[in-house]
Ligand binder design. Sequence first.
Ligand SMILES: Cc1ncc(COP(=O)(O)O)c(C=O)c1O
Length: 366
Amino acid sequence: MALEFSERLGRIPAYPVASGYELPDDVAMLASNESHDPPTPAVVEAVDQVMRGLNRYPDPTGAALREALAERYGVPAAQIALGNGSCDILLSLGESLLDPGSGLVFAWPSFSIYEHLEGASGALTTRVPLDGEDRHDLGAMLEAIVPGTRLAIVCNPNNPTGTAVGFPELQEFVAAVPAETCLVIDEAYCEYSTLDDPDLTIGLLAERENLVLLRTFSKVYGLAGLRVGFGLCGSEEIPAAVNRVRQPFFCSSAAQAAGVEALRHPEAVAQRVTHNMEARSFVMSGLEQLGLAPAASEANFCWVGVPAREGEEPAQAEERVLGELATRGVLVRGGGGLGRAGWLRITFGSELENGRLLEAMAAALD
Ligand SMILES: Cc1ncc(COP(=O)(O)O)c(C=O)c1O
C-alpha cells in the first residue's frame, strides 16, 4: 500500500541541491558559495574539546554563543535567535508567522529556500522581479507589501545575483515597511560587500521591532559544515516565536563552541574578505575578457549569462556550458534551478580554482 503524504508536502519544492559531493577531491567546487579558506586552528581546537563531552545535550538556550554575539554586535542577547544554519531561523519564522492565505513578499530570482516558505505555509506569495541591473527593486517591493503581508524578505547581497542595494536606500525602505509586517534582511553575504559597513543595518534594530537581520557562520566565518546561523532581531518576541516551533536542541554543542571561538578571530574574517575581494576582481575581469557580462557582485560569487548558439534555448546553452566546465573538473551552479535559465552562479574559490575556472570557461565558450 502506498503512503499518503500531506497536501502541504506536495506544495513544497525540492531544494535545488548542488551536485559533486561524490566527485574526487581535485574538483573545483564553486557551486555552493562556501568559503574556501578552512577554519582557523583555534576553532578546530574548540570543536575538538567539545567532542569529549558529546554524551551531553547541547545548551538549548545557546547562552554562551548568544552572549558572545551580543558583545560582538551590540544587540541584547534576548533579541538574538540561533539556528541550525540561518535557513533554520527563516523556516521557523515562516512557521510562526504564516497561515494559509497570509501574505509573503520576496524578490525573484532570489534565494531558493524562500519558495519553501510559500509551499509549507500556503501563503499568498508575491515575487517582485529584480530591476534591470538584477538588484532588488525596493520601490516595487514596498508596493507589493499590503495589509495581510506578514513576512517580507530582502536578500542583500542577493543570492543568486550577488548584487546589493546600498544602506541609504535600504534605510528608507525599512522605515516605510509597516510595523505589522516582519521584515527579514537576509545578510548571509554582507561582510563581502564594499558598498557600506556591514554593521550599519544593526542601528536600525533600535527603531524597528519588526526587523530581523539574518546572518550566518556558514560563509565569511567558514563554518558551513557545522550549521549555525543567527538572527539579530528588533524585539524579544521574534526569537521567542521561532524557538516555540522548533525542537529544543536545534544547534549542536560543536556548532555553538565553534561560533564562540570564531567570534574571537576577527582577523580570520578580515583575511577571508580580502581573499574574496582579490578573487572577485580576478574572476569578474577574467569573465569580462571572455566577452561575458557578470552582474555587479558584492558577494563571494557572481551571476553571469552564457551566450546561446544559433537555434539553442538559454537552458540548453546553460546545460552545455555546465557540462563543458564539469568535464574540466569545475563545478558551478546552473541558473535554471535558481530562477533564470541560461545563467550561471559561480562561487569565487582559491587562486588555483579561479584560474582553472577561467581556463575551463574559455574552452567552453570556444
Ligand atoms: C542568501 C542566503 N541566506 C542564507 C543561506 C543559508 O545559510 P545557512 O548555512 O546559515 O543556513 C544561504 C546559503 O547559501 C544564502 O545564500
